[in-house]
Every structure is written in structure tokens, then in C-alpha cells.
Design a protein around this ligand. Sequence first.
Ligand SMILES: Nc1ncnc2c1ncn2[C@@H]1O[C@H](COP(=O)(O)OP(=O)(O)OP(=O)(O)O)[C@@H](O)[C@H]1O
Length: 448
Amino acid sequence: MEPSVVADVWKLYQEILEFAPVGVHAVDRDGRTRVYNRVMGEIDGYRPDEVLEKNVFELYELNEETSTLWRALKTGHPVQIDEQVYVARNGRRVVTQNRTKPVVLAGEVIGAMEIAVPRGSRGTADADGRKRCRFSFEDILGESQAMRRARDLAERAARTDLPVLLVGETGTGKELFAWAIHEASTRKHGPFLAQNCAAWPEGLAESVLFGTRRGGFTGAVDRAGVLELASGGTLFLDEIHAMSPAVQAKLLRALQDGEIWPIGARRSVQTDARIVAAMNVPPREAMARGLLRPDLLYRIGAIAVHLPPLRQRPEDIPLLARAFLRKYGNGRDARLTSDALAFLTNHDWPGNVRELEQTVRSALALWPEAVEITAAMLRSAHPLLAEGAPQEGAHVARADRLSDDAIRRAYEAASGNLTRAARSLGISRQRMQYHARRLGLRSAWQDT
Ligand SMILES: Nc1ncnc2c1ncn2[C@@H]1O[C@H](COP(=O)(O)OP(=O)(O)OP(=O)(O)O)[C@@H](O)[C@H]1O
């Protein structure tokens, strides 16, 4: 095959697939990257220009066995992986679902192409079941006055270039709003990066935010930070109050100056990322408790959108539940019985919309034939309400099923001792530490 023809094919793929809503990465016969689209960059943390022409083994800590691109290339067969786990450039652990195929042109294998969809990300499924990672305001359901007010303010905010602060309990849709703001803004063609500040590994906040330069410290490599990677787009900083005050001060400076100093850098880098921050602690309380610096709050909280908990807008529950029935029903025309509706509107949903979504989804999966979903089915599909399910405070196997209240109570009962609180909940100390930071019970600097 003429090399110039092959080169044209790669160029065409790169141009077209740039707009694909899933991550695409393709390599030529030698394993060199020829196609790498924007969504792939959001998953991995690379910019396409840093990756093109580079060999897969230079980019990822993979070998000939674990690289799906390499396997498809060498065997000439498609490879399907439902959970590919690796560490992205910014230190984040990434889990993707991959489909990899050899690329054949006129009977000749010229390379391999991989499509990756992040797993455990906030992507939702369309009505027809396709995975989608972008959200618009139309995806934000709820007709209560509080919800309409929040949506209206966020839509107005999207038309400006000001930072936005989203305040709401877990599962109220903060990330959904952040996406919608990005999509409705002039930055929609730029990157959208989501970071949970409470989940950053100990001591790594600065390198994740600002990046590192080779020689900055032993073993340092050239890595762009998320502020640089999100330049021209939106950076969603969830649980911003989990950042230490020192890092908050540096972030503020970077936002004011529009430039960042990667660790070990001799020169600064320009950044133009719009910040959408989120937290589950009311701003006034966060300031009073020293969790958030006032100067940073005034900077990022130019527009504050409060997302109401579900228990304060019960009128939205039937509408949301029916939307989830349609979304996860795979075309089944399932409906809720009146006792199911009563159950849904009477429960107080500490995990908010996420908890409701998971309950409806599990009920549909557990009763795949049912056309009527009853209260008993919903109860059985709920991790804490099912008959025989562990009660709050007792040993609950999965930390993410714990309500925030149960975590707070366990923390207080243990007088702030993480190990004891963790033990009472049946979770690891690290998991407890994460939740304590997330809920603002404890600041990052108390753990260092
Ligand atoms: N108003 C809504 N309409 C439809 N779906 C919603 C709504 N609010 C939340 N969801 C769904 O609930 C789930 C949780 O939402 P999301 O992740 O945005 O919440 P969050 O506030 O960012 O949570 P956390 O603070 O725990 O990260 C997602 O699957 C999201 O699609």
C-alpha cells in the first residue's frame, strides 16, 4: 500500500473522529499513534499534539499483553474489554470499556483502532441505550419551582464566562449541571475536565492542578496539570473545600493571573479554563469552618447555584422515576403502581437523584418481565430498605451506599477518630478519610 494513501486515510480518520462522542485512539502497524481525538484526551489527560506519532508503550504503562491496540494489531482480530484499568497522565485511575479492531485497507492491516468509553463516569444511556458522556440542560429534569430557578440561573450563567459555584448535597446533579453549563457555553468545543478534589492522592493536589516539569523533583516528568489541560474549556472542581488552604491560595493566584507555574518550571504557562466548582457544604458554613478561603469563594462563587435536595421537592419524584423507567426499561412500557408512587414520595432520599435512579434501575433489572413496578419491588431494590438489609450504622458492605448522615453520625460517635468510625461502618480507613473530607468534617491539612 502506498504510504501516502495510508497517511491520507489516517488524516481523514483524525479529522472525522475528532467530533466523535467517545474516545478514539488508532495506531499504525508500528504501534505509532495516528488518530487521537479530543474525548480520548479528556479520558487520558493528554493533548492530541503530545500523543500523535508516539508509540503506545511510551504513553501508557502497558505491555504487549495488556495493550489492546497491540493485541488487535498483532493477532488481526478484534479485542473487547469491558474493564480496561490504567493510570491516566494526571495520576487518575481510569476505567474504560474498549472495543479494538484491526484497520484493514485493501486487504492489508495498516493499524488498529480503539474506541473507549469511560466506565464509572457520569455518562448516561440514551433512551435507545447508547452511552453518552455529554449532558445539556434538557437532561436536567424537574419542574418544581426550586429546580426551575436553579436551571434558569445556570442557563444564564452559561451565557457568561464567569466562574460558577454549584452547591448541593450528594446526588443532586452538580456534575450534570457543570456539563450542561459547559455545553451551553461558547467553550463547548473545548475540553471538559471533571476532578474530585477530595479524591486526590495525598500531597498530589498541586501537581494535578498545575502540572510538573522534568527536573522539578526526582523522577518528575513533563505533565500538564488540569488547569492547563482544560484551557479553552471548563474545569469542574468537585468538593473544592477539600483542597488545603495553601493550594486554594495558589489556585486563586492562578485564576487571577491567568497563568500557572507547573512544579519545577522555569516559565509559567497561560491558562484560560473556566472554573465550575461544587461543594456539598453551604458556602457560609464552609467559610466559618475554615474549609474555604473567603478570597477564593468570592472569586469562584461569582454565581452560586443552589441545587435543592430531592426531599424538598417531592413533586419532582414521580417525573424523575418515570424518566428512569423509560431510560432503563429497554423499550418496556413499565409503570408505577400507586403504592410504588407513595413509597417513592415518602422516602427522604439522602442520596438524592442518584439513589432514586439506582433504585428504579435495580428494580427493572431484578424484575425484567414486570410491567408494573410495586413498592415491594422498589424496596427490595434499595440497598438499605430491602428486607434483611443491614441497618445504618451496622456493617454495610459498600461505602458508596452509605448515606451522608450515617457517615456524619459514625464520625461524631467516634469523636473524629477515622479508624474507629471506619470500623463501625465496615469500611476502610482511607474510604472514611475520603468521605470525611468530602463532607467537610475534616480538612485535607488535618490529615497531613
Ligand atoms: N435533575 C436531574 N435530572 C435527571 N437526572 C439527574 C438529575 N439530577 C441528578 N441526576 C442523575 O443523578 C446522578 C447523580 O448526579 P450527579 O453525579 O450530577 O450528582 P452530584 O451532585 O455531582 O453528586 P456527587 O456530589 O456525589 O458527586 C446522575 O446519574 C445524574 O444523571
